[in-house]
Design a protein around this ligand. Structure first.
Ligand code: ZN
Length: 365
């Protein structure tokens, strides 16, 4: 199933914010235009209830989000305490309903997969959200809520694999030291939030892969085969969340990684075999063309449909209708309109990447 919502359509964090761009609405339109999203496969996410999100979040903080949406402003105290209207977490028209809908979508996905199955939630993946504050454009932490839902339903072990360009700090910290949970994060070394060092194992429950700039498809494959898959297999999870942030793609403005979207597809193909339950989320991704093409390829992969070399005319029209006010938007190359899969970006597997794979499998004390 594909869980989306119209809340994302037209919703923006403001014209100068990286999340000015449409993402989930474009993916939805693109999947439909490719003929891959019949109505029977689409579910509109419900908003979560306050009690549901308070399984992880602080109630006063959740109410502060509701208040910020109602008043479209924030007090100095709330800004200082909850980081609402600060640090790139703006007050915007849907500041309460949109994260509550992402949380509701994730909880629905976890509930739908209780007995097995696969769900795609491109609007989810807000991995920086903290119990009592906004962080890194994330107000709530929907991956944490989904994983908790599975654990509360009685699953013994779950895994979280995060290939966003930024460290999945909020999810890692939520489950630090919990032997039921394995959190894996591949992210650009030295990039905000600058946590997630290779030595940081969060009391045993985390493995981190801080990768160098220019990280390519071959290097992702190396980590996948030599570290990520063996680690997940050893954990024997009943269920997996894959956070498929698209900001590690070469054309993304917020990172210096150099992946093509073939890397995302390859990670998904490897991960989807490893547990009977899977939720694939979105995450970061700030170039509207590359994020939409990447996540549409993930949905095709989940469906098992081959990705054709050319977009359909309707899909091309969806991509041509996008506008983007950064430099990359002035002269978008034709293949952003006419293809979904990128050309592969293979390269040398550099020694620091090999070292990360070796270190992740070593026992520590
Ligand atoms: Zn990111």
């Amino acid at each position: 199933m594909f869980i989306g919502s119209d809340i994302y359509r037209g919703s923006t964090y403001g014209p100068k914010h990286p999340l000015a761009v449409p993402r989930v609405s474009t993916v939805t339109d693109l999947c439909r235009a490719m003929g891959w999203l019949p109505e029977a496969r689409f579910i509109a996410a419900p908003m979560a209830s306050e009690d549901q999100v308070c399984r992880f979040h602080d109630r006063a903080y959740v109410r502060a989000l509701a208040e910020a949406e109602r008043t479209q402003t924030v007090s100095d105290e709330a800004r200082a305490q909850y980081r609402i209207g600060a640090d790139g977490n703006p007050v915007y028209p849907e500041i309460y309903r949109r994260p509550m809908t992402s949380a509701g979508g994730m909880l629905l996905a976890a509930s739908l997969t209780r007995d097995g199955g696969v769900v795609f939630c491109p609007g989810c993946g807000t991995h920086h959200g903290r119990p009592d504050r906004a962080s890194g454009f994330c107000y709530l932490n929907d991956p944490v809520l989904g994983l908790l839902h599975w654990l509360d339903a009685g699953l013994a072990r779950v895994a979280y694999v995060d290939i966003d360009a930024h460290h999945g700090d909020g999810v890692q910290d939520a489950f630090a030291g919990d032997p039921r949970v394995l959190t894996i994060s591949v992210h650009e070394a030295g990039r905000w939030p600058r946590t997630g060092a290779a030595e940081d194992r969060a009391g045993g429950s985390a493995r981190n892969f801080p990768v160098p700039q220019g990280f390519n498809d071959s290097e992702m494959r190396h980590l996948l085969q030599h570290a990520i898959v063996p680690l997940v297999v050893a954990h024997r999870p009943d269920a997996i969340v894959l956070q498929g942030g698209a900001d590690g793609l070469e054309e993304d403005p917020l990172s210096r990684l150099a992946l093509s979207n073939n890397a995302h597809v390859e990670v998904l193909r490897a991960i989807m075999r490893l547990a009977p339950r899977l939720i694939v989320t979105g995450g970061g991704g700030y170039n509207p063309w590359t994020v939409a093409r990447c996540w549409t390829c993930l949905w095709a992969t989940l469906l098992g449909v081959p990705i054709p070399p050319r977009t359909t005319p309707a899909a091309e029209a969806v991509l041509r209708a996008l506008t983007y006010n950064r430099a990359a938007g002035r002269n978008p190359p034709a293949h952003w309109f006419t293809t979904l899969l990128d050309a592969p970006r293979e390269g040398m597997v550099r020694p620091p990447v090999m070292d990360l794979a070796v270190a992740a499998l070593q026992e520590t004390r």
